[in-house]
Write a protein that binds this ligand. Structure first.
Ligand SMILES: Nc1ncnc2c1ncn2[C@@H]1O[C@H](COP(=O)(O)OP(=O)(O)O)[C@@H](O)[C@H]1O
Ligand SMILES: [Mg+2]
Length: 336
């Protein structure tokens, strides 16, 4: 894998629903923004980044403080534009398909499996490409949906890479055969649809389908080269000191390892710390002790960051500091 040095840092905060991904991502972004121009993007269809930051957010970057901008992706419009884009491309590539009313399929395609994942990956790609060309932000933080959806999104570049390679090979074979037929007949292959004549391209450089596959492949390579590059991307798993989020995080870590996406930090959020343990809290504290031992055992290669359970809900810029004061370890990634 050839890593691309993009000149900015990327952070993903992942984990089970409710563990505190958005809170941790937001607290981290607020702190980083003191040193670096930062963008935080919520990719969770159930947004609460705006609530956590205490600022109303939209599709367009909103300034939160001096150097911090935030976005809540509008899922419906993102999926719609992903599908419209797709239909436009198909119409461009297979001009004879214009006789079908492809637009009428968009409403149905909206509910086809995998569409959220592809549209989200499109969005991530768009943001990364945009920042490569504009150099607007020094740090981009992605606040992600709960684990399952995030893993499926993160798997897409690797999965897509396999089928795009296959499709490219197939397309080259088709074009080779077209050229053989052209040699024999001495003319281009033609299709007549609705009284109109369409000439089939036979060289890869003239073929819109092949060119589109080349473009998809280059986007996939770009995303892979960014998310798999530990010098650019830091993935942080967030858990609570409870069994279920930890077991889920372990599975996520194994899966990401298979994809070649490195994870460096585990945040244990909402750690209860009490000097005198009330009787009724004892089982909870014991459970927490067991969970912390599990974390040490399961995640030997990760740096552990503990954040206490706060009695006041960490919402708004000043309260988020009570979270970010524990994140200096992760901050080193931006300075390094
Ligand atoms: N350290 C903490 N102490 C107390 N409450 C917390 C802490 N971290 C997060 N919370 C609360 O937990 C809830 C879920 O947090 P959130 O960041 O939305 O989780 P996620 O994004 O993982 O679904 C929110 O009400 C948030 O304010
Ligand atoms: Mg969240």
């Amino acid at each position: 894998m050839v890593y691309k040095n993009v000149g900015f840092k990327v952070f993903f905060f992942i984990g089970k629903g409710g563990v505190g991904k958005t809170t941790c991502a937001a607290a981290f972004a607020v702190k980083v923004a003191r040193y670096k121009r930062t963008l935080i993007i919520s990719l969770d269809p159930a947004h609460n980044l705006g609530d956590v930051l205490g600022v109303e957010l939209s599709e367009k970057p909103t300034r939160v403080v001096d150097n911090l901008f935030a976005v809540e992706v509008d899922f419906e419009s993102m999926i719609r534009s992903h599908l419209e884009n797709l239909v436009d491309k198909v119409k461009g590539m297979y001009r004879y398909l214009r006789v079908l009313n492809l637009d009428s399929y968009i409403d149905v395609l909206r509910y086809s499996p995998g569409i959220e994942e592809y549209a989200t990956l499109d969005k991530i790609t768009e943001v990364l490409k945009w920042n490569i060309s504009r150099g607007e932000y020094e740090v981009i933080v992605f606040d992600t949906p709960p684990t399952g959806l995030t893993l499926r999104i993160m798997a897409l570049p690797s999965i897509s890479s396999i089928w795009v390679d296959k499709l490219m090979k197939l397309r080259i074979q088709i074009l080779d055969r077209r050229r053989i037929i052209e040699k024999i007949t001495g003319e281009k292959i033609k299709t007549i649809i609705g009284g109109r004549v369409f000439e089939a391209p036979s060289k890869p450089e003239d073929d819109p389908v092949y060119n589109e596959l080349v473009r998809i492949k280059s986007d996939i390579n770009l995303v892979n080269s960014i998310v798999k590059n530990p010098a650019t991307t830091t993935t942080v798993i967030v858990v609570n000191p409870e069994t279920l989020p930890i077991v889920e995080a372990k599975r996520a870590l194994n899966f990401l390892g298979k994809l070649g996406i490195p994870v460096k930090y585990i945040i244990v959020n909402k750690v209860l710390s009490v000097t005198q343990i009330p009787e009724n809290l004892k089982p909870k504290i014991e459970e927490q002790e067991r969970a912390l031992r599990m974390i040490n055992e399961y995640f030997t290669n990760l740096k552990v960051v503990k954040i206490p359970f706060l009695c006041e809900e960490p919402k708004g810029l000043s309260k988020l500091q009570n979270i970010s004061i524990h994140m200096d370890k992760i901050l080193a990634e931006v300075e390094g």
